[in-house]
Design a binder for this molecule. Structure first.
Ligand SMILES: Nc1nc2c(ncn2[C@@H]2O[C@H](COP(=O)(O)O[C@H]3[C@@H](O)[C@H](n4cnc5c(=O)[nH]c(N)nc54)O[C@@H]3COP(=O)(O)O)[C@@H](O)[C@H]2O)c(=O)[nH]1
Length: 558
């Protein structure tokens, strides 16, 4: 994909992510505000329902108690004494309006309010409800004491005794919130009382459906008594929820906006850094600000420096950017070809004279997959060297297995490099998936043993046996071998014992600027001479001075 299209895609991705992180928390805030409002309103309604149930429980217990006391009357019924007893009970129990007796055939016999009824007394209709333990109930019975009244009463009966109650007593709580209250007897369920706001059909529907009435403009909470066969249903208009939600939502919106803005800011920062890294890298390549450090490659026996690997270096605003970061960025953004060209130009500019004067010394240059898709870089290399006395063999090509993605193209290009006189090095050998198979078909001169296999030398690791195998493969195929990342003497000894000849690594030197490399190649004598002329002395370098080709401890990694 062209770099510009990639950049646009990145910007689009950033915009989409920003939208998601801003709108996502906002939506979530609205949702959470809705849920918390709902939960808090349900909790409030639950408190109301608990209160209503407690009241219904108290009233019902009271009536049950009165019925029990009525039933304990052992004397003759409806006598003046019994009527006094009935009146006492009605007076003592604040919920009871009337108490009395009815006959087997349903006729009223006597009442605390009316006294003894004559033969023409009204007949009690069959009960609306038959509960456990012989308790029966009439929920819309006309008042015996006020036959003309349309007001209905709630009557509970047991063994020919009855008590009468005004059903409003169960639901008369004053409420500011337009809450409906209904009281049910259960087993079997029957709505016995409801307040003015409540709609009995809807209360019944809510009770039957467990509190969920689809499409209703109210929400419901049901509470059942643990001791008596009663339950209450309390309802509230959903519009009340909206009021609470409106009060709640601002807090959530502000919080979610803060979260969204923080996330958006982070995303913009990351993408800007990414985009600006690309932009900065493009600028750095254009302005020739990519530096090169040279890591010496030494003969393990003599420690003489025979060549160096050119490693790109980049400082952005004073900070070193790791090649693993900017090389990958360059590969992704179509900048790697220009970068490889810049590295070559710098090698020739910085080390051209040295290479011309030391015709056995070489520099290897890292190429990427992109550089192996065509002969373009070979043409650049040939043209560049054509203006110098540097031999083709002095510039070597380091390719990794990652560079062989298009194996056919890479094979042709590597063949062309080789025919032009540039030896081919396989970098990080052994870490790819096809190390052995491509060796048969690719034009290769040298295998570089990856640092990971050198690291494990001397340890009981499975991979510690890989380095000798690579040396063996190199020998069998007539290829040179360079070990990478040698940091300890024991690793160097081990490699020599296994027949390796060349190596690079911090044991010998880190990557150096061009002048330091030249001093390194020329050995301690040249280093000492340089130091004396610059007045830095020999302190701390005695050990290095005994080793021909060893680095100065003053040499820093670039
Ligand atoms: N296509 C290009 N790739 C390049 C170029 N310049 C560098 N690179 C690749 O970037 C990767 C990281 O390189 P770098 O951070 O420079 O690290 C190199 C050495 O400094 C490091 N090294 C060498 N010896 C030691 C050691 O003893 N210990 C230790 N901890 N690190 C050591 O290894 C890196 C060299 O690796 P390799 O290339 O595999 O030889 C790296 O993959 C570079 O190839 C470029 O211009 N173009």
């Amino acid at each position: 994909m062209p770099a510009k299209a990639k950049r646009n895609l990145l910007i689009l991705l950033a915009a989409v992510l920003v939208l998601i992180v801003v709108l996502g928390p906002l939506g979530l805030g609205v949702f959470v505000a809705q849920r918390t409002s709902e939960r808090s309103e349900y909790a409030k309604l639950g408190v109301r329902a608990d209160y209503a149930l407690k009241r219904a429980d108290t009233v019902a217990s009271n009536l049950y108690g009165v019925l029990r006391e009525l039933d304990q009357w052992k004397g003759e019924r409806c006598t003046p004494k019994h009527l006094d007893h009935l009146r006492d009970l009605a007076l003592e129990n604040r919920f009871v309006q009337d108490a009395g007796v009815f006959a087997d055939d349903g006729r009223w016999l006597c009442s605390s309010l009316v006294g003894v009824l004559s033969g023409s007394a009204p007949q009690v209709s069959p009960p609306d409800w038959r509960g456990d333990h012989g308790i029966v109930g009439w929920f819309k019975m006309p008042r015996l004491s006020q036959a003309a009244s349309t007001r209905r009463t709630l009557v509970l009966g047991y063994d020919h005794f009855y008590v009468e109650l005004d059903p409003d007593v169960l639901v008369d709580a004053i409420d500011d919130y337009d809450r409906g209250i209904g009281v049910f007897v259960t087993t079997p369920p029957h709505l016995v009382a409801w307040n003015a706001v409540a709609n009995p059909e809807r209360l019944q529907a809510a009770f039957d459906s467990g509190g969920v009435v689809p499409g209703s403009d109210r929400f419901y909470v049901i509470r059942r008594s643990r001791v008596l066969p009663i339950a209450v249903v309390v309802s509230e208009p959903k519009s009340q929820l909206l009021v609470v939600w409106r009060n709640n939502v601002w807090g959530w919106l502000i919080a979610s906006l803060a979260v969204g803005a923080t996330l958006a800011w982070l995303i913009i920062r990351v993408f800007r850094a990414r985009l600006s890294l690309d932009g900065e890298l493009r600028r750095a390549i254009r302005r020739d600000e990519i530096g090169v450090a040279y890591q010496p490659i030494v003969d393990l026996e003599t420690r003489a420096c025979v060549g160096a690997e050119a490693l790109a270096r980049w400082h952005l605003h004073g900070a070193a950017i790791a090649p693993d970061v900017f090389i990958v960025a360059a590969e992704h953004n179509g900048l790697i070809r220009a970068l490889t060209d810049r590295v070559l130009e710098r090698i020739v500019r910085e080390l051209g004279d040295f290479l011309e004067a030391h015709r056995d010394f070489y520099v290897s240059i890292n190429v990427s997959a992109e550089d192996l898709t065509s002969r373009r870089f070979l043409d650049v290399l040939t043209r560049t060297l054509g203006r110098t006395e540097i031999r083709a063999a002095q510039i070597r090509i380091e390719a990794t297995e990652r560079g062989f993605i298009d194996a056919d193209a890479a094979r042709e290009v590597l063949k062309a490099f080789r025919e032009a006189g540039h030896p081919i090095y396989i970098d990080d050998f052994g870490t790819g998936y096809s190390s052995l198979s491509y060796l048969q078909t690719l034009p290769v001169d040298v295998l570089k043993i990856d640092k990971s296999f050198v690291d494990t030398i001397g340890y009981e690791a499975v991979s510690s046996s890989v380095a000798p195998h690579i040396i063996e493969i190199g020998r069998a195929l007539g290829l040179g071998v360079v070990a990478e990342g040698v940091e300890r003497e024991d690793q160097a000894r081990y490699l020599i014992e296994r027949g390796a000849r060349y190596a690079q690594g911090w044991l010998f030197s880190k990557a150096l600027p061009a002048e330091a490399l030249v001093r390194f190649v020329q050995g301690p004598a040249a280093v000492a001479a340089t130091e004396q002329s610059s007045g830095t002395g020999r302190r701390g370098r005695a050990r290095d001075a005994r080793r021909p080709g060893a680095p100065s401890s003053g040499q820093s990694r670039v």
